[in-house]
Design a protein around this ligand. Structure first.
Ligand code: NI
Length: 186
Protein backbone atom coordinates (compact mmCIF):
# COMPACT_ATOMS: atom_id res chain seq x y z
CA UNK A 1 0.00 0.00 0.00
CA UNK A 2 2.11 2.92 1.17
CA UNK A 3 5.00 4.12 3.26
CA UNK A 4 3.48 6.88 5.38
CA UNK A 5 5.08 9.94 6.93
CA UNK A 6 6.02 9.30 10.56
CA UNK A 7 5.11 12.14 12.92
CA UNK A 8 8.03 13.45 14.94
CA UNK A 9 8.27 14.44 18.59
CA UNK A 10 6.75 17.87 19.05
CA UNK A 11 3.66 17.03 17.02
CA UNK A 12 0.71 17.20 19.45
CA UNK A 13 -0.96 14.25 17.73
CA UNK A 14 1.69 11.99 19.31
CA UNK A 15 0.51 13.07 22.77
CA UNK A 16 -3.15 12.12 22.53
CA UNK A 17 -4.79 9.02 23.97
CA UNK A 18 -5.95 6.74 21.15
CA UNK A 19 -9.38 5.15 20.86
CA UNK A 20 -10.08 1.39 20.85
CA UNK A 21 -10.77 -0.36 17.55
CA UNK A 22 -14.49 -1.17 17.35
CA UNK A 23 -14.59 -3.31 14.24
CA UNK A 24 -12.12 -6.07 13.38
CA UNK A 25 -11.39 -7.58 9.97
CA UNK A 26 -12.51 -4.44 8.14
CA UNK A 27 -10.99 -3.08 4.92
CA UNK A 28 -10.02 0.11 6.74
CA UNK A 29 -8.18 -1.85 9.44
CA UNK A 30 -6.39 -4.07 6.93
CA UNK A 31 -5.28 -1.00 4.94
CA UNK A 32 -3.98 0.66 8.12
CA UNK A 33 -2.00 -2.47 9.02
CA UNK A 34 -0.46 -2.68 5.57
CA UNK A 35 0.63 0.96 5.78
CA UNK A 36 2.09 0.38 9.25
CA UNK A 37 4.02 -2.66 8.01
CA UNK A 38 5.31 -0.86 4.91
CA UNK A 39 6.41 2.11 7.00
CA UNK A 40 8.06 -0.01 9.72
CA UNK A 41 10.01 -2.06 7.18
CA UNK A 42 11.04 1.02 5.18
CA UNK A 43 12.45 2.66 8.32
CA UNK A 44 13.85 -0.52 9.89
CA UNK A 45 11.76 -0.06 12.99
CA UNK A 46 11.38 -2.72 15.66
CA UNK A 47 7.75 -1.67 15.89
CA UNK A 48 5.34 1.11 15.11
CA UNK A 49 2.09 2.40 16.55
CA UNK A 50 -0.84 3.81 14.58
CA UNK A 51 -0.64 7.28 16.17
CA UNK A 52 2.85 7.63 14.67
CA UNK A 53 1.26 7.86 11.22
CA UNK A 54 -1.52 10.10 12.48
CA UNK A 55 -4.17 7.46 13.16
CA UNK A 56 -5.32 7.61 16.78
CA UNK A 57 -6.43 4.00 17.17
CA UNK A 58 -5.10 1.42 19.64
CA UNK A 59 -3.14 -0.55 17.06
CA UNK A 60 0.55 -1.48 17.15
CA UNK A 61 2.73 -3.85 15.18
CA UNK A 62 6.19 -5.11 16.08
CA UNK A 63 8.65 -7.91 15.45
CA UNK A 64 9.86 -9.58 12.33
CA UNK A 65 8.32 -11.95 9.87
CA UNK A 66 10.20 -15.22 9.30
CA UNK A 67 12.54 -15.31 6.33
CA UNK A 68 10.93 -16.66 3.16
CA UNK A 69 11.78 -20.29 2.40
CA UNK A 70 15.30 -20.39 1.00
CA UNK A 71 15.67 -16.66 1.46
CA UNK A 72 18.07 -14.66 3.54
CA UNK A 73 17.06 -13.92 7.11
CA UNK A 74 15.80 -10.38 7.50
CA UNK A 75 17.87 -9.20 10.45
CA UNK A 76 17.00 -5.69 11.53
CA UNK A 77 20.17 -3.56 11.34
CA UNK A 78 18.91 -1.24 14.08
CA UNK A 79 17.91 -3.91 16.56
CA UNK A 80 19.87 -7.17 16.19
CA UNK A 81 17.76 -8.72 18.99
CA UNK A 82 14.57 -8.02 17.10
CA UNK A 83 14.56 -11.37 15.34
CA UNK A 84 13.66 -12.93 18.67
CA UNK A 85 10.28 -11.21 18.50
CA UNK A 86 7.68 -12.71 16.14
CA UNK A 87 5.76 -10.38 13.85
CA UNK A 88 2.69 -9.37 15.81
CA UNK A 89 -0.39 -7.26 15.20
CA UNK A 90 -1.69 -6.15 18.59
CA UNK A 91 -4.98 -4.26 18.92
CA UNK A 92 -6.66 -2.86 22.05
CA UNK A 93 -3.81 -4.15 24.23
CA UNK A 94 -3.73 -4.46 27.99
CA UNK A 95 -0.41 -4.83 29.78
CA UNK A 96 0.25 -6.28 33.22
CA UNK A 97 3.77 -6.35 34.66
CA UNK A 98 4.77 -9.74 36.07
CA UNK A 99 6.57 -8.85 39.27
CA UNK A 100 8.37 -5.64 40.03
CA UNK A 101 11.67 -6.28 38.23
CA UNK A 102 12.70 -3.41 35.98
CA UNK A 103 15.72 -3.22 33.69
CA UNK A 104 17.40 -0.38 31.84
CA UNK A 105 17.93 -0.63 28.09
CA UNK A 106 18.62 1.53 25.06
CA UNK A 107 15.67 2.64 22.99
CA UNK A 108 15.10 4.63 19.87
CA UNK A 109 11.91 5.65 18.15
CA UNK A 110 10.95 6.42 14.57
CA UNK A 111 9.33 9.61 15.94
CA UNK A 112 12.62 10.69 17.57
CA UNK A 113 15.06 10.19 14.69
CA UNK A 114 18.79 10.07 15.28
CA UNK A 115 18.60 9.70 19.04
CA UNK A 116 18.82 7.03 21.72
CA UNK A 117 18.10 6.90 25.41
CA UNK A 118 18.24 4.51 28.34
CA UNK A 119 14.74 3.64 29.51
CA UNK A 120 13.61 1.49 32.46
CA UNK A 121 11.00 -1.13 31.54
CA UNK A 122 9.41 -4.06 33.31
CA UNK A 123 11.49 -7.16 32.64
CA UNK A 124 8.57 -9.60 32.60
CA UNK A 125 5.25 -8.72 31.02
CA UNK A 126 1.86 -10.33 30.52
CA UNK A 127 0.05 -8.76 27.59
CA UNK A 128 -3.29 -9.37 26.02
CA UNK A 129 -5.18 -7.99 23.07
CA UNK A 130 -6.50 -9.00 19.68
CA UNK A 131 -5.17 -9.52 16.19
CA UNK A 132 -6.73 -7.97 13.10
CA UNK A 133 -9.39 -10.69 12.95
CA UNK A 134 -10.44 -10.21 16.57
CA UNK A 135 -8.67 -13.38 17.76
CA UNK A 136 -7.31 -13.15 21.28
CA UNK A 137 -3.59 -12.75 21.94
CA UNK A 138 -2.35 -13.68 25.42
CA UNK A 139 1.41 -13.86 26.03
CA UNK A 140 3.94 -13.77 28.83
CA UNK A 141 7.26 -12.40 27.63
CA UNK A 142 10.56 -11.02 28.91
CA UNK A 143 13.48 -8.85 27.94
CA UNK A 144 13.53 -7.24 24.50
CA UNK A 145 10.07 -8.54 23.59
CA UNK A 146 8.63 -7.05 26.78
CA UNK A 147 10.46 -3.78 26.13
CA UNK A 148 9.14 -3.42 22.58
CA UNK A 149 5.55 -4.03 23.68
CA UNK A 150 5.81 -1.46 26.47
CA UNK A 151 7.37 1.10 24.12
CA UNK A 152 4.78 0.65 21.38
CA UNK A 153 1.79 0.58 23.70
CA UNK A 154 3.01 3.77 25.39
CA UNK A 155 2.37 5.50 22.05
CA UNK A 156 -1.33 4.67 22.46
CA UNK A 157 -1.42 6.75 25.62
CA UNK A 158 0.58 9.64 24.20
CA UNK A 159 3.85 8.69 25.90
CA UNK A 160 7.18 8.91 24.06
CA UNK A 161 10.24 7.13 25.47
CA UNK A 162 12.16 10.34 26.34
CA UNK A 163 9.37 11.04 28.85
CA UNK A 164 10.42 7.86 30.71
CA UNK A 165 14.18 8.47 30.82
CA UNK A 166 15.23 8.81 34.45
CA UNK A 167 18.43 10.79 33.87
CA UNK A 168 18.60 12.99 30.77
CA UNK A 169 22.35 12.38 30.67
CA UNK A 170 21.24 9.04 29.21
CA UNK A 171 19.61 10.75 26.20
CA UNK A 172 21.52 11.86 23.12
CA UNK A 173 22.48 11.45 19.51
CA UNK A 174 22.96 7.93 18.25
CA UNK A 175 26.18 8.67 16.37
CA UNK A 176 27.69 10.33 19.47
CA UNK A 177 26.80 7.49 21.84
CA UNK A 178 27.81 4.84 19.30
CA UNK A 179 30.48 6.46 17.09
CA UNK A 180 32.02 3.21 15.89
CA UNK A 181 28.83 1.52 14.88
CA UNK A 182 27.11 1.68 11.54
CA UNK A 183 23.82 2.85 12.93
CA UNK A 184 21.22 4.41 10.72
CA UNK A 185 19.93 7.91 11.24
CA UNK A 186 16.57 6.92 12.64
NI1 NI B 1 8.33 4.66 19.20
Amino acid sequence: MAVRTVLRMGDPRLLSVSAPVQQFDSPVLHALLQDLEDTMLHMNGAGIAAPQIGVNLRVVIFGQKPAPAGGMPTANPRYPDADSVPYTVLINPSLTPMGTAVEDGWEGCLSVPGMRGIVPRYTHLHYRGFDQYGLAIDRQVSGFHARVVQHECDHLDGILYPMRIRDLKDFGYTDVFFPNQDVQDD
